[in-house]
Structures are given as C-alpha cells and as structure tokens.
Design a protein around this ligand. Structure first.
Ligand code: RIB
Length: 271
C-alpha cells in the first residue's frame, strides 16, 4: 500500500561548517570549508516520507532565487511533489547556519526568509484532504500550522506534529495533533496532550504507546536532520497503515541512517 503524506513545512538552505568543537559565547573558532545542503524541517521530513515509500506532497514557500529553484528541482527528482510550493518574490529562500562538531552534534540558527511569508490561504486544501496523514513542524507561522491541522481534522485525516523548534506557540498547537513527536528536551516542556506522544531518545532509540525500541549503534558523521528522518518515516508508515511497532522501528532506523551522511538529506546543493 502506498499511503499519501502531506507535509506543510519549511524549506531552508543549510550552510554547514564543521568544527573541532563548538565555540563558547564570545569565542571564535576556525572551521572547515562551508558547504550548502538542502534543509528545513518540512522538506527534510517530506523527503524522508517519500524515501519510506509514501506518495508525498510538500506545501511551503521558497524565495525567487537560484537556491530555491535548485532545491525544488532536486526534491522533485527525489520523489517529492513540490507543485504546492509557492515562490515569494523579493524574499530569499529560508536559510540555516549549521555548525557540526567532531562527534557529529550540531547547533543551528534559522533565518526564516520565505518560510515566514507562508499564509493560511497558501495551504492547498485539496492536498491536505487527499492525504492519509498531515505532517507538521513549527518552522512556519503558527496560524498556518493551526489552519492546516484544522483542515485535516475536519476531513478526518490524522495529524502528526513534530513540536520542533519548541516555543511558547508550540504549547498552544500540540492539542491539534493525533501524535506529537518530541525529543527529550521538548518532552520535558510538554504538558498533557490530547493525542499520543512519540518521544525520540537520541542514540537510545524512541518510545511510543508504551513501547520503547533501541537504536542501532552507529558512528555519527552529522546528526542534522536525524529527527526529521525519524518524523517523515514515521508519518509514511502511519499513512501506509503499518503497525505501531513497524512504524517506530522503521523511523528509528531512518534517523540512525541520516546520521551517516553530511547534511540533512544526503545530497548537496553545491559542491
Ligand atoms: O532539523 C534540522 C533542520 O533544522 C535543518 O535542516 C535546518 O534547516 C533547520 O530547519
């Protein structure tokens, strides 16, 4: 069965520099050459869902720049339907400054760019209503996330929300979701929710519906996008009506695999 996932979310161009260790506040460290990778939680998750076998449609915005054009072409080549991604004249495609240290841990600063211009009216209602699962994160304006979740709820479509990056707005949106995916830090901030909570545990695996499953032991190259690979794969398996155990195990495996390559998606926008 090929389920359908609709992702309403962000697209970023990630500027990634490797360092021996992260700088402390006020400190300068010298890094490796900077590379440009596709990123953004929405697009990362959409590609993961497509790779997991779901028919996947992405709703969002890029800028009218060469990065945006190259990004959409690359995602399309990799099986993500980007026909509902709009172009925002006069704005840059969203970007992120990503610093990765020797053990592969990252720190990220996001500059929203065109993502900040997504409006509720941009959300293609037909794309949401024809999906089995709507997958959301929190890099778009909260009103957009709310609107998309409400459209899905009216149509009886399952809503999965990756409550990341966590903010005060997240607390107001989590009750719109049937499943909330959080990491351990986000879980600590999360109060009671209407749906179920799927908690990722980093190198220890993840837990959902009372079951905890381990992650394979790996040598991490770059952990950027590991949580997104988890969320996209998880949503794809829900859309394909997999068992909870299969969904959880497959998502953990995809998250681990994503740590094995540089960049969030395993392909580069420039060399
Ligand atoms: O989750 C990783 C992603 O967060 C990066 O690709 C970056 O763009 C930010 O959105």
């Amino acid at each position: 069965m090929s389920g359908v996932v609709c992702v309403v979310g962000s697209l970023n161009v990630d500027l990634v520099t490797r360092v021996r260790r992260h700088p402390r506040p006020g400190e300068t460290v010298v890094g490796d050459r900077t590379r440009t990778f596709p990123g953004g939680k929405g697009a990362n998750q959409a590609l993961a869902a497509a790779r997991a076998g779901a028919r996947t449609r992405l709703v969002g915005r890029v800028g009218a720049d060469s990065n945006g054009t190259a990004y959409l072409a690359g995602l399309g080549d990799r099986g993500v339907d980007c026909s509902a991604v709009l172009v925002t004249p006069g704005e840059a495609t969203g970007s992120a400054i990503v610093v990765v240290d020797e053990p592969g841990e990252n720190s990220i600063i996001v500059s929203p760019g065109a993502n900040g211009f997504v409006r509720p009216a941009d959300v293609d209602a037909a794309a949401v209503r024809s999906a089995d699962v709507l997958l959301l994160q929190l890099e778009l304006p909260p009103a957009v996330v709310r609107h998309a979740a409400e459209l899905a709820a009216q149509a009886g479509i399952k809503v999965v929300l990756n409550a990341s990056p966590w903010s005060a707005a997240a607390a107001e949106l989590v009750d719109l979701a049937d499943v909330v995916i959080v990491n351990e830090h986000e879980a600590a901030a999360l109060g009671p929710v209407r749906g179920s909570v799927c908690e990722t545990l980093g190198s220890r695996g993840a837990r959902w519906l009372g079951a905890e499953r381990p992650a394979p032991v790996i040598e991490a190259v770059d952990t950027t996008g590991a949580g997104d690979a988890f969320a996209g794969t998880f949503a794809a398996h829900l859309a394909m009506a997999a068992s909870p155990d299969r969904a959880l195990r497959s998502a953990i495996a995809a998250g681990a695999a994503a740590c094995g390559h540089a960049g969030a998606q395993g392909w580069a926008l420039t060399r």
